[in-house]
Design a protein around this ligand. Structure first.
Ligand SMILES: [Zn+2]
Length: 258
């Protein structure tokens, strides 16, 4: 029966990925995500219903607009496929559990925020607050269904704790991280804190480790200057995703330490 959930979540992930593409393009440009309907950025021809099927349409159209042949960015199918894999992976990891919807909102939010941060070096607060509210609502439902209010309390404390650490870092040296990263830290603390404090620590350290490794590589290969700002939100998202999917395996040796 788990297979049904995994396939179902994968298909929902494709559709949500398609919606995230709209969010990723429009929200940082302060455009509405509901209207007007999607159109080709080059010839402004509206995207037909049959050309709006995630991944499939892009492949059938060979990555080009039907009316003007203008290339459609690879980013669209990549986001849709990534979202499908994140959702299917979360279904496999959490199964039929009320914490699954909270994690799906969390992961979809991370995907949108990381893509925007990578392209534009901003983390729109509208998206952060929406994801925070969505994760919070579903975690309250999970806490109520399983009577696990102590986990919710730990999650809230982790959110406050991570926020405080980043807020102080930001206050001391705003060059290291932007205020968007400070806001994002509350979402990371809440979602990972629900899984356990060890997941918060794992997410935090792997984010910085991944950031350091990629940073050193880019500076060594002269693709980035030492004083260039980095999209820290991308690494926070990668670290958090690692904690969600591989946390129980990575943390297994530390199990006995609580
Ligand atoms: Zn076109």
């Amino acid at each position: 029966m788990l297979t049904v959930l995994i396939v179902g979540c994968g298909l929902v992930g494709l559709a949500i990925g398609s919606f995230l593409n709209v969010v990723i393009y429009r929200v940082p440009r302060h455009e509405s995500i509901v209207r007007p309907r999607s159109a080709c950025p080059s010839c402004h021809a509206p995207i037909l219903e049959r050309d709006n099927i995630p991944v499939v349409s892009w492949l059938l159209l060979h990555g080009k607009c039907r009316s003007c042949q203008h290339p459609i960015s690879m980013r669209y199918p990549i986001i849709e496929l990534t979202c499908a894999m994140l959702f299917a992976g979360a279904a496999a990891r959490f199964g039929y559990n009320w914490e699954l919807p909270a994690m799906l909102v969390f992961l979809a939010g991370l995907l949108a925020l990381a893509s925007i941060d990578l392209e534009l070096m901003v983390l729109p607060k509208g998206i952060i607050f929406t994801v925070l509210a969505g994760v919070a609502v579903f975690l309250v439902v999970a806490a109520a269904v399983y009577n696990e209010w102590h986990r919710l309390l730990i999650a809230v404390l982790c959110a406050l704790g991570w926020f405080l650490v980043f807020f102080l870092l930001w206050a001391v040296s705003p060059r290291i991280l932007g205020y968007g990263d400070v806001r994002l830290s509350t979402v990371l603390g809440l979602a990972l804190g629900w899984l356990g404090i060890r997941y918060v620590i794992l997410g935090f350290f792997s984010a910085n480790l991944i950031g350091a490794i990629i940073g050193i590589f880019l500076i060594a290969t002269k693709k980035m200057r030492r004083d260039q700002p980095i999209p820290y939100g991308v690494f926070l998202a990668l670290g958090a995703a690692l904690a969600v999917y591989a946390g129980s395996e990575l943390l297994a040796p530390f199990q006995r330490y609580g």
